[in-house]
Design a protein around this ligand. Structure first.
Ligand code: GTP
Ligand code: SPV
Ligand code: MN
Length: 586
């Protein structure tokens, strides 16, 4: 008898009509074949085999360079289950619309069946997915980003316990591009894009949109969070998870080379984008990274900002939409001061400033996590790591101080729920527009965000040792339009204060929005930032925050009665604290 997986593959083949079907095992031979296939297709080049062995450069269709939130849908029977922040389509309508697009879509193409595990192969927190795709680039990427092939088949056996994801490039016409999630069925259909989170279905589609739904049903958390371990001089490692919106610094924080290394503080990486967390037997939230690789933003990465990544990407790496030097090496803005002579841009043209940036602003590297010099020895730990702090953050040129701490779990959930950030090139649409992005999950929460806030509040009541909650902003700018804070490896100074707060030693001063480091509580030795700038970085302007408070209130109105009472309460209390300060000034 056919297994549930075999039945689904057969059904997909009947619909998409591929020329042949290949079951992927994740072997080296298969990876080499996939590269050959990509090179034949003509959008992929081999890079310098001496300086970048086994590395390739892939150029995606110029109309397909980032996630497309407009055509991403959450399909639930009831519209309210998806909530006001998601695009919704009725499941039957979505099935009908996409069935027409998938019909015959793989004609003359190979259908690849890609079984994968999200999470360490031996962890009870891990889950199996299977992606069907007609893109060898997707197969090659999934091999890096997940535990793909044999390990997944062994875990799955003949069972039906997997998340099916059907993907086809279709005709790559943006008019016929859809990324659709059937939440009740825990199934994903994606057509018309070969890029990133649109096409690597284990990532945002499964590990966040479907998994957040599963997590609420089953009492765990699936978050858009990096996971890092901060090692103190004593050798003790404290784990933290941080949620920043897309292209707002997760990979860089998770992989930083600490500026306080000579004082004994260093950072170990568990994950750079997604965290799955369950309540452990020890009463702590235990986090695993469901991914096995990093799909990181290339521009801005260099030997100073992120030497760990620069070391990791020297082999076995896929570069997508970066530029290429005359020497067949990858290049992007921010790697060196000026473009080298003979540079070819991301579309394969001789570089010219009049054509815009040489590397697409959302160009990326796809690299096995194990290649990173800072990978944590507990990267594969099946029990996950205990989380002591949650850190929210965004890109705010104004308003948000460098760091502040919540007064309580509930207040921390409120801080996450009111997060806002300037949009980036990680998704199509305008860049630099400030929008509400609760917990950095606006594009990824697979259900009504009001219910998601409720789930967070509920988890806080259930976890015996809940993490303390903080908010950071590396992106505050001065009157000259320049960043006030040097960022990157210097961010460890903020992590150190967070660690001291967790341990109950760090000094803090109260403001209406939360606790900021008291004078001298932030370690500044060796830091080339003036006292005045530090003060400006930590300044909380009550009148600016009153405006922010009003905007958050308008955002919450979208959820109507579904918004949890506790959030309403926190909102009112912040209003009172701000009012109090304003009254004291008069
Ligand atoms: P996704 O993969 O899209 O989820 O992004 P991410 O959150 O992992 O962001 P990433 O670390 O890749 O950083 C995105 C961009 O912000 C890059 O161009 C970085 O160079 C830049 N960046 C990261 N950290 C800092 C920082 O501390 N300060 C400044 N000024 N820029 C930063
Ligand atoms: C993000 O946009 O948050 C990413 C990149 O991590 S993608 O995989 O394309 O979603
Ligand atoms: Mn991300």
């Amino acid at each position: 008898m056919a297994t549930p997986l075999e039945q689904w593959v057969e059904e997909a083949a009947r619909l998409t009509r591929p020329q042949r079907i290949t079951w992927c095992d994740g072997s080296e031979d298969e990876a080499a074949q996939m590269q050959e296939e990509m090179l034949r297709e003509g959008r992929t080049l081999r890079l310098n085999s001496k300086t970048y062995p086994n590395c390739i450069l892939h150029r995606s269709n110029p109309n397909d360079v980032a996630r497309t939130e407009k055509v991403t849908f959450i399909c639930t029977r009831d519209r309210e289950s998806a909530g006001p922040t998601n695009n919704w389509m009725a499941p039957a309508e979505a099935k009908e619309k996409l069935t027409a697009l998938f019909a015959g879509a793989m004609k003359d193409r190979t259908m690849y069946v890609v079984p994968y595990v999200m999470g360490p192969a031996a962890s009870p927190q891990s889950r199996v997915g299977v992606e069907i795709t007609d893109s060898p680039y997707v197969v090659a990427s999934m091999r890096i980003m997940t535990r793909m092939g044999k390990a997944a088949m062994e875990r799955l056996g003949g069972s039906a316990d997997f998340v099916p994801g059907l993907h086809s490039l279709g005709d790559l016409n943006p008019e016929r591009r859809y990324i659709v999630h059937f939440q009740e069925e825990k199934t994903i259909w994606s057509i018309g894009s070969g890029y990133g989170g649109n096409a690597l279905l284990g990532k945002k589609c499964f590990a966040l949109r479907i998994a957040s739904w599963m997590a609420r049903e089953q009492g765990w958390m699936a978050e858009h969070m990096l996971i890092l371990g901060l090692e103190a001089p004593s050798g003790k490692v404290t784990y933290m998870a941080a949620a920043f919106p897309s292209a707002c610094g997760k990979t860089n924080l998770a992989m930083m080379v600490s500026a306080l290394q000579d004082q004994g503080y260093r950072v170990w990486t568990i994950g750079d984008d997604i965290a799955w967390m369950q309540i452990g037997a020890d009463g702590y939230l235990r986090a695993i990274n469901p991914e096995a690789g990093f799909f990181g933003v290339a521009p801005g990465t260099n030997a100073h900002t992120n030497p760990n990544v620069m070391a990791a990407i020297k082999k076995n790496t896929i570069f997508t939409n970066t530029a290429m030097t005359a020497n067949q090496e990858p290049w992007w803005e921010g790697m060196d001061a000026t473009p080298p002579p003979g540079l070819v841009d991301w579309q394969g043209r001789a570089w010219s400033a009049s054509n815009g940036p040489a590397a697409q602003p959302n160009s990326r590297y796809t690299v096995p996590a194990r290649q990173s010099p800072c990978i944590s020895p507990r990267f594969e730990d099946p029990a996950g790591v205990p989380i002591s702090a949650f850190i929210f953050g965004g890109r705010r040129a104004r308003l948000a101080p460098l760091v502040f701490e919540s007064f309580s779990w509930q207040h921390g959930v409120y801080i996450g729920a009111t997060m806002a950030s300037e949009t980036t090139a990680a998704a199509t649409g305008a860049v630099g527009v400030t929008r509400r992005d609760p917990m950095a999950m606006l594009p990824f929460c697979g259900y009504n965000m009001a219910d998601y806030f409720r789930h967070w509040l509920e988890m806080g009541r259930r976890v015996p040792h809940p993490p303390k909650i903080f908010h950071v902003n590396w992106f505050r700018k001065g009157a000259d339009g320049k960043f006030l804070w040097p960022g990157y490896g210097e961010n460890v100074r903020v992590l150190k204060w967070i660690l001291e707060r967790v341990e109950g030693t760090g000094g803090a001063a109260e403001t209406p929005i939360g606790l900021v480091p008291s004078q001298n509580a932030l370690t500044t030795d060796g830091l080339n930032v003036s006292r005045g700038t530090i003060e400006e970085l930590l300044r909380v302007d009550s009148s600016d925050w009153s405006r922010e408070h009003e905007e958050a209130g308008e955002f919450f109105e979208r959820f109507g009665d579904r918004l949890p009472e506790e959030i309403r309460g926190e909102h009112a209390r912040l209003g009172e604290r701000l009012h109090h300060v304003a009254a004291a000034k008069d």
